[in-house]
Structures are given as C-alpha cells and as structure tokens.
Design a protein around this ligand. Structure first.
Ligand SMILES: [Zn+2]
Length: 233
C-alpha cells in the first residue's frame, strides 16, 4: 500500500522526471544526480590512493605538487562527458556539489589529502561566468569543502584578462597566456596552508599549472589538486 507522500512523489515524477545526469535513465525516488548503475560503473581513477599517478605525473618538472587526483576518467561521448555537460551547460549546479561531496568523503580517507586545509577553485573569466551564471568549479569546491570540513575560497584566485581561444596555440604560448591571466586575491589567507586547487577537467594541466605556480610562490604553501575528470592528451 502506497503512502500518500509516495503517491504524490510518483505523480510529480511523471511531470518532472528526475533523470540520471550521466545516462539519462529515470532515477528512483530519493536518488540524486546518479543512478545506482552509474555510481558503480563510472570509470573511477582511484588516483587519490597513490602519490605517483598519471595526474601527478603531468606536473613532474613543472611545479611541486604534493598530491593530485581526478575522480573519473573522461572519455569522449561517455557518461562522464554527459555528467560534465549537465553541470556546465545544463546549469545543474547540484551535479558539481554532489560530486564534490562524494569525492571529498574519499579524499578524507586518503593520507595524501586528509590534511587539506583550504579548497580554492580555478576561477572562470567574468565574462564566461556571466554567460553561464556560475563557475562549475565553485560547485565542486563547495561539495569538497563540506565533506572535508574545511573552508573554500571562491575568490582566492582571480582571472585578469580575457584570453583568446587556446586550441590553436602551442603549449608554450598557452602557458605564457594563462600565466598572465591569473592573480591572487588577499594571499595572506593562503600562506602556510595545504591548499586543494580544484577544476572540472584536467587536460594539459596548463590552467592548473598557472594557478599552482602563483600559489606555490607563497610561503609555506603545500599544493594539491583535484578535478572531476582527467582527459587523455
Ligand atoms: Zn545513470
């Protein structure tokens, strides 16, 4: 026998179906963002369990990273791409918060990440932020901060100027370009801290590197990084 509440939820579900953000299947009542199948089958990297991993390796010789990890492997046309699409272009901020909260619980158990003191998202250019209405990395940072039990600073880093499209430039040009694009805001809040720098996707790592170089110049800072996904280069 269905309770009136359950009946009401099912009726609402008929008109406003709650769908899995990765595969599009109907979610069961009280499920959020991901269906059970996706929760188990999305390609987790498990990078947070070992210091030397393909995420951290991309920064070798570039900047000192204490620990680096991505939650999922990104594949073109795959479920992780759908998930990121729902967050970035579908305006579904809860996707970022949910993933941050989930990943934060795992990072908290990792000796590499358990003493993170502060979460700092890679900022979006103001023009893009106006278009989108929010920064997707903020949502991920907020979820991580909640699970890790540490603050997150949406304004630790700021974008300076609008940078032209990155795709046709060489790696060196891109690096020079992004290096000019970021600035620290009230850096005294960051000094002496183990900072977790976060972004949505890690590709070449140029953006993370540019932000990371600024952060590691501060006295006593230990830098770690986390993203929702890592793409092949
Ligand atoms: Zn699903």
């Amino acid at each position: 026998m269905k309770t009136p509440l359950r009946f009401l939820e099912e009726m609402v579900g008929l008109f406003y179906p709650n769908l899995c953000c990765a595969c599009g299947k109907n979610l069961l009542i009280r499920q959020q963002v991901l269906c059970i199948d996706c929760q188990y089958r999305l390609p987790k990297t498990q990078f947070h369990l070992q210091a030397d991993n393909p995420f951290a390796e991309r920064f070798w010789g570039r900047l000192p990273v204490h620990a680096g990890a991505a939650m999922y492997f990104f594949t073109k046309g795959g479920r992780v791409q759908q998930l990121l699409h729902a967050l970035k272009y579908g305006g579904q901020k809860e996707v970022g918060r949910y993933l941050g909260k989930t990943y934060g619980l795992e990072l908290k158990q990792s000796p590499l990440f358990c003493d993170v003191e502060l979460v700092a998202p890679v900022p979006l250019h103001p023009r893009k932020k106006r278009q989108r209405g929010f920064n997707q990395s903020d949502c991920f940072a907020e979820g991580l901060s909640e699970s890790l039990g540490v603050p997150w600073l949406p304004d630790a880093l700021a974008r300076r100027a609008f940078t032209a499209t990155q795709t046709r430039k060489s790696r060196m040009q891109r690096l020079a370009n992004v290096g000019e694009a970021f600035a620290l805001h009230r850096p005294e809040r960051l000094e002496g801290k183990h900072i977790l720098l976060v972004d949505d996707v890690m590709t070449t790592g140029a953006t993370l590197e540019a932000c990371g170089l600024l952060l590691t110049e501060l006295p006593g800072v230990r830098l770690s990084m986390a993203t929702i996904a890592i793409a092949e280069i």
